[in-house]
Ligand binder design. Structure first.
Ligand SMILES: Nc1nc2c(ncn2[C@@H]2O[C@H](COP(=O)(O)OP(=O)(O)OP(=O)(O)O)[C@@H](O)[C@H]2O)c(=O)[nH]1
Ligand SMILES: [Zn+2]
Length: 197
C-alpha cells in the first residue's frame, strides 16, 4: 500500500470536520471575517493540504524500501537533488531543499525511485532537518546493510526567513555518515566532489 503509491494522511481525513472547525476558529481569533468569500473554503482547503503535507505519518519509511534487488555492484551509488518539502516542528512553518544520498551496496541495491520515496516518507511530517538526515541514513543502513551511507541535506527554513531572525537566503546543510564513509575522508571527498559536478 503506502510504500509504493501516492498516499495521504487518512487520520486527517477521518478528523476532517474537527480540523476544519479549528482552522475556522483560528481564523476568527486572528481577526479575520470567516464569512468573506475568499475564506469560505479555506478551512476545507487547509485540511486537504494537511492530508498531503502530513502524508508521511501514513507509512513506515522502512516499507518504502520493500523492493530491493540483489546486485554485486560494490561501488558508490549517488542520487542527488531529491527535492523535499517539510514542516518545522517548532513553528509548523515550511522548510524545503534537496537531499543527496550516496551509498556503497553490499549485495543489495534499492530501486532509485525508492530513495526519493524514502525522502518523501520522512519529510512529509513535522520534522527538524537533522532528523530527516539521520533517519534517511539509518533506514538505508538498516534495510540495505550497505558498506556505507552518506546523506547531505540542504534546507531553507521559512521560520528563519519570514519571521524571527529574518534571514532570507540562509541555507542549513546537514550530513550523516555511516559505515565506510565514517572511516574514509577520501570517500567523503569523492561523494562531495560528485555532488558539486
Ligand atoms: N536545529 C534545528 N532547529 C530548527 C529547525 N527548524 C527550526 N529550528 C529552530 O528552532 C528554534 C526554536 O527556538 P525557540 O527559541 O523555541 O523559538 P522562537 O522564539 O520562535 O525562536 P526564533 O526563531 O529565534 O525567533 C529556532 O532557533 C529555529 O530556528 C531545524 O530543522 N533544526
Ligand atoms: Zn521553525
Amino acid at each position: 500500500m503506502a510504500g509504493t503509491k501516492d498516499y495521504v494522511n487518512t487520520q486527517v481525513g477521518r478528523n476532517r470536520d474537527q480540523i476544519e472547525f479549528h482552522i475556522r476558529e483560528i481564523l476568527k481569533l486572528i481577526g479575520e471575517n470567516v464569512e468573506r468569500e475568499g475564506l469560505l473554503e479555506t478551512p476545507a482547503r487547509v485540511t486537504r493540504m494537511y492530508e498531503e503535507i502530513f502524508a508521511g505519518y501514513e507509512v513506515d519509511p522502512r516499507d518504502v524500501l520493500g523492493v530491493t534487488f540483489d546486485e554485486q555492484h560494490e561501488e558508490l551509488v549517488i542520487v542527488k537533488d531529491i527535492v523535499y518539502y517539510s514542516q518545522c516542528e517548532h513553528h509548523m512553518a515550511p522548510f524545503f531543499g534537496k537531499v543527496h544520498i550516496g551509498y556503497i551496496p553490499s549485495g543489495k541495491i534499492a530501486g532509485l525511485s525508492k530513495l526519493a520515496r524514502l525522502v518523501e516518507a520522512v519529510s512529509r511530517r513535522l520534522q527538524v532537518q537533522e532528523r530527516i538526515t539521520s533517519q534517511v541514513a539509518d533506514i538505508l543502513e538498516e534495510v540495505l546493510k550497505p558498506h556505507g551511507v552518506m546523506v547531505v541535506v540542504e534546507g531553507e527554513h521559512l521560520c528563519m526567513c519570514a519571521r524571527g531572525v529574518k534571514k532570507p537566503g540562509s541555507k542549513t546543510v546537514t550530513s550523516a555518515v555511516r559505515g565506510q564513509f565514517r572511516q574514509s575522508a577520501a570517500l567523503r571527498s569523492e561523494f562531495l566532489e560528485l555532488l558539486n559536478r
